[in-house]
Ligand binder design. Structure first.
Ligand code: ZN
Length: 245
């Protein structure tokens, strides 16, 4: 069975800013979904203003990997839904891919346990994303460096816990470097943070960025052979000798 992906998007900038709508006429979620569909994944989309933000228990139960793009409305995401997503990751092993300004989302901050704050600058400068771990599954098929001509800068310090694996490092023309491509294990689930994706630049139309997303989904998906976790009281496997108190 192919990997089931839910692409979540806040979907506000595209409806309010004509410049963003021009770049992403069907929404950022559709731009992210297209290469994932082309890769053979089973993809659906969900957005903030749908009931339960499009993330009902049923939808999440049928999701192997969730991708998250949000920016201006992190505060509007209901805590109950955040807890539901967290539970799916930590308990059930659903993969979570957090994109760009999703660094400030409730779900990412909750899974990291830190402020997730950073420096930023919107100057349309060049970014070079250097591949630190060419042998990592997320770097499959990439050259040693991905160059993006015009981006928003994110700079250190990025207040996250040290990643289990760091796949990329970003360099910026105006002076800055940044942890990029951060891999984490949280309970049963895998979490990946990928930096590019500011809404006023056509980042998700870039083939190498799309390649990272396709690879990241494959990496984050839970193994179908994983045994479900069980908690609570457990009888002994064989008769135990009588125990004197
Ligand atoms: Zn941005």
């Amino acid at each position: 069975m192919s990997i089931r992906v839910t692409v979540w998007n806040e979907f506000r900038h595209e409806r309010r800013n004509p410049r963003v709508a021009q770049i992403y006429p069907s929404g950022i979620h559709e731009a992210i979904a297209a290469p994932l569909r082309a890769a053979g994944y089973q993809v659906r989309t969900a957005t903030l203003d749908e009931p339960e933000h499009g993330l009902s228990r049923e939808v999440l139960a049928e999701t192997d990997v969730l991708t998250w793009w949000g920016h201006m409305a992190h505060g509007e995401v209901q805590d109950e839904i955040v807890a539901r997503v967290q539970e799916r990751v930590v308990r059930d092993g659903m993969g979570l891919i957090v994109l760009h300004s999703g660094h400030f989302s409730k779900i990412f901050k909750r899974l990291m346990g830190t402020s997730c704050n950073l420096k930023w600058r919107e100057a349309g400068e060049k970014e070079r994303i250097w591949v630190l771990e060419p042998g990592h599954p997320i770097a499959r098929g990439l050259p040693e460096c991905i160059e993006l001509e015009h981006v928003e800068m994110y700079g250190e310090r990025f207040d996250i816990p040290a990643p289990d694996q760091l796949v990329f490092c970003s360099w910026f023309q105006g002076g800055a470097s940044f942890h990029n491509g951060c891999c984490y294990q949280r309970g049963q689930g895998r979490v990946f943070y990928f930096r590019p994706g500011h809404e006023t630049f056509p980042i998700y139309h870039q083939p190498l960025v799309q390649r990272v997303l396709v690879n990241a989904v494959a990496w984050a998906a839970p193994s179908p052979e994983t045994t479900p976790v069980q908690f609570g009281n457990r009888p002994p496997l064989e008769a135990l000798p009588a125990h004197r108190a």
